[in-house]
Design a protein around this ligand. Structure first.
Ligand SMILES: *Cc1c(COP(=O)(O)O)cnc(C)c1O
Length: 389
C-alpha cells in the first residue's frame, strides 16, 4: 500500500463540467426580462463575437453542432450520387450529416500519432464519385491542413471541417474551420464552451453563408429583422429551423469572452498530465504531429502500453472508484456502429488505428474545472492502478 496516497482523501474529478458563473446567470436573466426570446440582438452579437474570435468573415449560430454540419453540406449542394470522404474515428454526427443529405460516406482510417486524417490516406480512398471531404480535428488537434487542402484543390473537392472540439485551434496561424469551405463548432455542455445546446458554422464564402442561413430559417428569403412589413418574403428553397434562441446566445457571448481563460487552463492541465504520463513506459499520448498544428486540448487521449491494453475497461472502472472521471473518444470506429456496418457492409478491422484508439486508449480530463493537485492525483492513481491490474 502506498502511504502517500492512502492518507489522501478521495477526490471527485468529473471528466467534464461546464463553467457557468454569475455573468452567464445575469446574461440569461436579462433575456428573460426582455420581450425578445428569439430573432434578436444576442444571436447576432454572438455571431459577431465568435467571428472575431476565429477571424471568420461569416458566422451562423445554429441549434447544435450537428445542425451546423448538416447546413454546411446542404449549402455546398452535396447529395445523392456524391461520395464524401469521412474519418472512421469521429463523433457519429460528422457522418450522419453526410447521410442526411443522401450522399455516401467513404471511411478513411486515422493515423495513430494524432488521431487525424492525412492527405495520403484521403488520396488512397478516393473514388470517381468523390465530391468532398468531411474531416474532424481530433480532440482539438489540428489536421495537417496544408497538405489536405493541396490535395482537395488538386481534385476539386470541397472540405468541411468538424471543429466541435477545436475552438481556439490554429493551424499555421489560421483558425481551423477557415482552411476548408466551412467549419462547424458545438456548444454542448462538456465542450470547450457551452450554450446548453448550440453550434456555429463559420466560413469565408459569402454565397455559402447565405445558403446556410436560408436553410437554417425555413428557406425564407428575408430574416425577421429584414422585413419592414410582416409577410413580405418568399420561400425559394427547402429549409428547417436550426436557429439559436436568445437565451442560448446570451450564454455564448459570455463564454466566448472567457475562451482565453478556458484555453489557458486546458493547456496548463494537459502539459502537467502529459509530463506525468510520459514517465510511464509504453504510454502513447496523442498530440500535434505536424509543424504549425495547434491543439486546443479538449482532453488528453493516451493509448495504453501493449501489456495493459486488454485491461482498458478495468482501468477505467478502477479510476472511477478513485473519483477520476475518464472517457473514451470515440468508443467505436463509426464502421463498427450497426447503422453503418449493415448499410455499407463494412469491416471495422479495416480501420486498425481507429480501433486501437477506441479499444485501447483512455481520455483524461484537462478542463478548467480541475482543481490544484488534481493532475498529480490522476497521475499517482493511474500509476498505482496500472501496477496492480
Ligand atoms: C459533440 C460533437 C458533435 C455534435 O455536436 P452537437 O452540438 O452535440 O450536435 C459533432 N462532432 C464532434 C467531433 C463532436 O465532438
Amino acid at each position: 500500500m502506498n502511504i502517500q496516497t492512502s492518507s489522501e482523501e478521495t477526490r471527485s474529478i468529473p471528466f467534464g463540467r461546464p463553467s457557468i458563473g454569475n455573468a452567464e446567470r445575469r446574461a440569461v436573466m436579462e433575456v428573460l426580462d426582455s420581450p425578445i426570446l428569439t430573432h434578436g440582438p444576442r444571436m447576432e452579437g454572438f455571431e459577431r463575437d465568435f467571428a472575431a474570435f476565429t477571424g471568420a468573415s461569416h458566422a451562423l449560430a445554429c441549434s447544435s453542432g450537428m445542425a451546423a454540419l448538416h447546413a454546411s453540406l446542404v449549402a455546398l449542394g452535396a447529395g445523392t450520387g456524391d461520395d464524401i470522404l469521412v474519418p472512421a474515428m469521429t463523433h457519429t454526427a460528422t457522418v450522419h450529416a453526410v447521410e442526411m443529405v443522401g450522399a455516401r460516406p467513404v471511411f478513411v482510417d486515422c493515423r495513430i500519432a494524432d488521431g487525424n486524417l492525412t492527405a495520403e490516406a484521403l488520396e488512397a480512398a478516393l473514388t470517381p464519385q468523390t465530391r468532398g471531404i468531411m474531416l474532424v480535428h481530433y480532440v482539438g488537434i489540428a489536421c495537417p491542413m496544408r497538405s489536405i487542402m493541396d490535395f482537395a484543390q488538386k481534385r476539386g473537392l470541397f472540405v468541411v471541417e468538424d471543429c466541435a472540439l477545436a475552438p481556439g485551434t490554429l493551424y499555421g496561424g489560421k483558425h481551423v474551420g477557415l482552411w476548408g469551405d466551412a467549419g462547424c463548432f458545438s456548444f454542448y455542455p462538456v465542450k470547450h464552451m457551452t450554450t446548453g445546446e448550440g453550434g456555429m458554422l463559420i466560413t469565408k464564402d459569402s454565397a455559402l453563408a447565405a445558403k446556410a442561413k436560408a436553410f437554417r430559417g425555413f428557406g425564407v428569403t428575408r430574416t425577421h429583422s429584414e422585413r419592414a412589413i410582416p409577410g413580405i418574403y418568399d420561400v425559394t428553397s427547402l429549409g428547417v429551423n436550426y436557429r439559436m434562441s436568445e437565451l442560448n446566445a446570451a450564454l455564448g457571448i459570455v463564454q466566448t469572452a472567457r475562451m482565453p481563460e478556458f484555453l489557458e487552463a486546458r493547456a496548463r492541465n494537459f502539459h502537467e498530465l502529459a509530463a506525468g504520463l510520459q514517465t510511464i513506459e509504453g504510454m502513447h499520448i496523442l498530440d500535434s504531429a505536424d509543424d504549425g498544428a495547434g491543439n486546443s486540448h479538449y482532453c488528453l487521449v493516451a493509448v495504453l502500453p501493449e501489456d495493459k491494453r486488454l485491461k482498458r475497461n478495468d482501468l477505467l472502472l478502477d479510476l472511477k472508484q478513485k473519483g477520476i472521471g475518464t472517457s473514451v473518444y470515440y468508443p467505436h470506429p463509426i464502421p463498427r456502429l450497426a447503422y453503418y456496418q449493415e448499410k455499407y457492409a463494412l469491416n471495422w478491422q479495416d480501420f486498425p488505428n481507429a480501433a486501437t484508439i477506441s479499444d485501447h486508449a483512455l481520455a483524461f480530463p484537462v478542463g478548467p474545472h480541475l482543481q490544484p493537485g488534481d493532475c498529480a492525483y490522476i497521475i499517482n492513481h493511474l500509476k498505482q492502478s496500472l501496477h496492480t491490474l
